[in-house]
Ligand binder design. Structure first.
Ligand code: HEM
Length: 197
């Protein structure tokens, strides 16, 4: 498959959720103030968090899917998916800091007492940052075997995100249980493969 075409196609896939989110923001600001629901700020934080989670699930899905359908091009896109996951996590953090905290850092301590799950989300975000900055070819070469070990951080990061979500959910756990089963099945499959290889 044409590599250039593939990477362009992939950029569209990565940017599509952002375009859809922007359409909803423009709709809310200029046309329909209820387009994002009763609390647009919170809805936007949730939206970017959910998109980041989706990309994290795609990253975890790549290896088992590649083993199943033997599509090597899929494996090549794993780093792009990981960087996209980090970018949406960053937008999630920025929308939290800008819209919920309103850049009032003196209120952060009080907000952390009110929403302690932020500390767990932030820890996962730091892991994703580490993975994103070392996802280039230079880091792969420089870190050698340690690169693979470092990039296993994606698994604890995914578990922290699930804890973060459980904590946010409060009453309806259906969605978070579905994500947890999905992620745990992928982790189980990965461990089984490592044990047998
Ligand atoms: C970087 C630091 C982070 C901060 C400050 C943060 C903050 C928040 C906040 C304030 C909420 C709840 C909003 C509400 O009350 O509804 C939330 C929910 C959520 N966050 Fe984070 N988070 C962080 C990291 C992450 C990461 C790394 C991910 C995923 C990769 C993530 C995924 C989610 C999801 C999926 C939700 C629930 C969305 C929903 O209920 O629909 N968060 N986060």
């Amino acid at each position: 498959m044409d590599k250039l075409l593939l990477s362009r196609w992939f950029w569209w896939v990565l940017l599509l959720p952002l375009a859809l989110a922007l359409v909803r923001v423009v709709d809310t600001v200029f046309y329909d103030p209820s387009a994002l629901g009763p609390d647009p700020a919170q809805a936007l934080v949730d939206l970017f968090g959910t998109i980041a989670l989706w990309f994290l699930c795609f990253v975890l899905l790549v290896t088992p899917l590649q083993a199943l359908i033997k599509a090597r091009w899929l494996l090549r896109q794993r780093r792009a998916l990981g960087v996209a996951c980090f970018c949406y996590a960053l937008l999630h953090w920025l929308s939290y800091a800008g819209l919920l905290l309103e850049w009032q850092w003196q209120n952060l301590g009080q907000d952390l007492l009110k929403r302690p799950y932020i500390i767990v989300g932030f820890s996962a975000g730091l892991m994703l940052l580490l993975l994103a900055v070392t996802s280039n070819n230079g880091s792969v070469r420089a870190l050698g075997r340690r690169w693979r070990v470092l990039h296993r951080l994606v698994y604890p990061a995914a578990l922290l995100v699930l804890i973060h979500m459980f904590w946010v959910a409060r009453s309806d756990y259906t969605e978070v249980v579905m994500y947890t089963v999905f992620v745990l099945l992928l982790l189980l499959q990965r461990w089984r493969n490592r044990a047998t290889s």
